[in-house]
Design a protein around this ligand. Structure first.
Ligand code: DON
Length: 337
């Protein structure tokens, strides 16, 4: 009786039933064989296409995990969401947005372009993310800056696994022509803060944060901190200020899935014929993907999820991850509106 009484107080009351449904969705998505593992660096090319993990953590700390949830992988572009939240908590959103906009770019994530005011479009594309990392405090000392952000990541993850993959960092740096071109273009347009002396340091820091390692379980806790207004559900520590937490979810909603963000957030009530025609993703939840196959999804005030599967679709989002989200929102009524 006591446990039943307790369960009805939880954010997901019928937990056993809920977990069973999630397990079924996990198993259905396991059969998906679409997509290609990223090959631009050997550390990603070597990832097994069979890896498939789902982990979730509710805002009241209930956990469920399926598949390869202990496997270590790099956050890659998922770091962009947390870096924005950390910097905006630290120096304030007004300062951050005097350097970076908040509109979807409608362009590829690494395209060399700025908005009409000569700022990067938003913090979720490479241009914006590179400027955001250069705004992180302790700008003059690379080691302190790295320590500062890693400590923040650890707090957001409730002290669960956060590591660093040096081989990925070195490979990213060795194949960074596009990011260098993008940064010089931004330097020419005075996009960086005055204190940014070295583009090499700024880019190294960006690559280092892409090379932060997590497990599906630890990244799910990080997502649940975003679902919980910036307070980690495992430790109850406030790690992200309330407004930046709200804002990063808006940015993830509109820009987190790259070129597919509009489709991902869109839930049209049109005929099946048109749905097929436009291949709408129809998920309607804030999410952020990375080229490693990592993806976080946030159900505000309910839970954070991490999905991990390396084969990517043509837009760079995990095929199994996107399929899981579609099934999740068609099974449960998690859509925002
Ligand atoms: O900037 C880059 O190219 C990568 N290290 C980050 C890429 C990433 O995750 C974008 N992808 N979906």
């Amino acid at each position: 009786i006591v446990s039943r009484a307790l369960q009805t107080d939880m954010v997901i009351p019928n937990w056993i039933n809920f977990v069973e449904k999630i397990r079924n969705i996990y198993n259905e998505c396991k059969e998906i064989k679409d997509g290609q593992v990223a090959t631009y660096i050997p550390q990603l090319a070597r990832q097994s296409p069979h890896l498939w993990a789902v982990s979730l953590c509710t805002v009241d700390g209930q956990r469920a995990s399926f598949g390869d949830v202990k496997h270590n992988f790099c956050v890659q572009s998922v770091s962009k969401a947390f870096n924005y939240a950390i910097v905006a908590s630290d120096i304030g959103a007004d300062v951050v947005h005097s350097y970076v906009g908040q509109e979807p770019s409608g362009r590829l994530f690494n395209e060399i372009c700025l908005d009409s005011t000569n700022k990067p479009h938003n913090p979720m594309v490479n241009s914006g993310a590179i400027v955001i990392t250069s705004l992180i405090k302790n700008k003059t000392n690379m080691a302190d800056r790295f320590d500062f952000v890693l400590n923040q990541y650890r707090k957001i993850a409730g002290n669960e696994y956060i590591g660093f993959n040096n081989a990925t960092f070195l490979s990213e740096r060795a194949t960074a022509d596009r990011n260098y071109a993008l940064s010089y273009f931004m330097k020419e347009n005075r996009c960086f803060p005055k204190e940014t002396e070295s583009l090499t340091d700024a880019l190294d820091f960006y690559f280092q944060l892409c090379s932060v390692e997590v497990t599906c379980e630890s990244l799910a806790v990080m997502a649940s901190t975003l679902a919980n207004g910036g307070v980690c559900p495992i430790t109850n520590e406030t790690c992200i200020a309330p407004n930046p937490c709200r804002d990063v979810l808006s940015l993830m909603y509109s820009c987190g899935m790259y070129d597919a963000s509009g489709q991902f957030s869109f839930n049209v009530r049109i005929s099946n014929f048109l749905k097929k025609l436009f291949k709408k993703l129809q998920v309607g939840l804030p999410a952020k993907s990375g080229v490693s196959g990592a993806m976080i999804v946030v159900v505000p005030n309910v839970m954070g999820l991490c999905l991990f599967s390396p084969p990517l679709d043509t837009l760079g989002n995990s095929c199994r991850g996107v399929a899981f989200c579609k099934k999740l929102v068609s099974t449960f009524n998690f859509h925002n509106y």
